[in-house]
Design a protein around this ligand. Sequence first.
Ligand SMILES: Nc1ncnc2c1ncn2[C@@H]1O[C@H](COP(=O)(O)OP(=O)(O)OP(=O)(O)O)[C@@H](O)[C@H]1O
Ligand SMILES: [Mg+2]
Length: 445
Amino acid sequence: MDRTALQERYGLFGTSPSFVRVLDRIRLVAPTDASVLLLGESGVGKELLAQAIHGLSPRRHKPFVVVNCGAIPEGLIESELFGAEKGAYTGSVERRTGFFEEADGGTIFLDEVGELPAAAQVRLLRVLENGQFSRVGSSQVKTVDVRVVAATNRNLGAEVQAGRFREDLYYRLATVVVEIPPLRERREDIVPLFERYLRQTAERYNTPPHRLDGDARALLEGYAWPGNVRELRNVAEQATVLVRGVPLTASELRPLLRGVPSPQGSSGALLPMRAGAAHDVQPTMGAFGGSGTDAVREREMIYRALLELRHEVRDLREQVAALLTVARVTHDDLDAARPGPRGEGFVIVRDAEPYAPTAGFASSYTPPPVYSEGDEVEDAPFEIADAPSSSGAPLPTVEDAERDLIVQALHRTDGNRREAARMLGLSERTLYRKISQYEAQGVDL
Ligand SMILES: Nc1ncnc2c1ncn2[C@@H]1O[C@H](COP(=O)(O)OP(=O)(O)OP(=O)(O)O)[C@@H](O)[C@H]1O
Ligand SMILES: [Mg+2]
């Protein structure tokens, strides 16, 4: 397939010499089985190029599986990639096939490969070396024939130097390295790409296409585009929908660009670009793994991520509740020991809000405050007015009181942690964590 056909088929536009070199390299390497490592900032088109590599290879009629290694919770990554036997990890009730098995005969695209934890790196190395792997929780060796294309916007060489990424794996992945230059290093592509997106969006919304005036072009060409083509596409789409001016002017476009100073400053003076700033810029579409059409898998992963999140929230609630219980016991004890009507001198002005997330969880939920060891009691989510200054008995810290309660509960239950956790209203996991903290501090339980 010649270069123009490739560009049309995969929507990879640009005629700058550096981008053309990228395309030519892709055309050369695609028909082979070599592992390819795509390097480039966020939004430069790594995923599109990976698709092109698959589409130009003899594997094109087999699956192309996209896995965003950075979006999968660390505890699940190995079972997602290599599958798991029933009961291999908490909550796994079914046997599941991994992405590598799904991709058999085809190509797997490991996006953000630099995020892979160490154990997953070992398994990946093995499958790259001889096609062999085993599911999590199984010793049975399986074999697959999968071509690996990986991508990262991190400096993988530096990760290797820092000991966070295996050197042997790096060399396996990087048989061929393709570096995709950021937009600001191929400025001649900016305006043609922008105009293409203006036309496409206008067609989609059935509106007349916009034109750019000279200043608008200069503004776009001078901008640093930290989010690269993804950002450019967004801005062009917004301009089509939001701006009515014909032609589009620099002052209409300027508010749509991030980090561009207002026009009263020297015109065209753009803020310096932060290297790698693009990570947090645009929401990545399809952030979870999946083969594009595999919406079911994507949904399942989102559910699992939500489930994990819910467990975390529940733990936080329990910790806060434990802190509150301890604080109340402390005040009540003190109160009882004092003459005078109960409650006098201690007024809880604002109690803790219930933390249970309700409908609209994702949009309206504000996470509860997180307290770490050693936080002062006045940081707790309630306030105490008029605390008596001369109450005699010194207050134990919340931390001390909490530890005493845990010790008491363990004594009362003869060391039965499950029972003690229930008695204290804590999850077993939280209690275990506390106990190991105390053990590390040398506390006698
Ligand atoms: N050369 C190009 N021509 C046209 N559109 C492009 C080009 N490069 C990227 N795009 C578009 O930019 C967007 C981002 O591309 P892609 O997802 O491939 O980037 P990426 O490098 O994988 O980014 P990230 O690192 O954030 O995952 C997509 O909408 C894609 O269609
Ligand atoms: Mg990507």
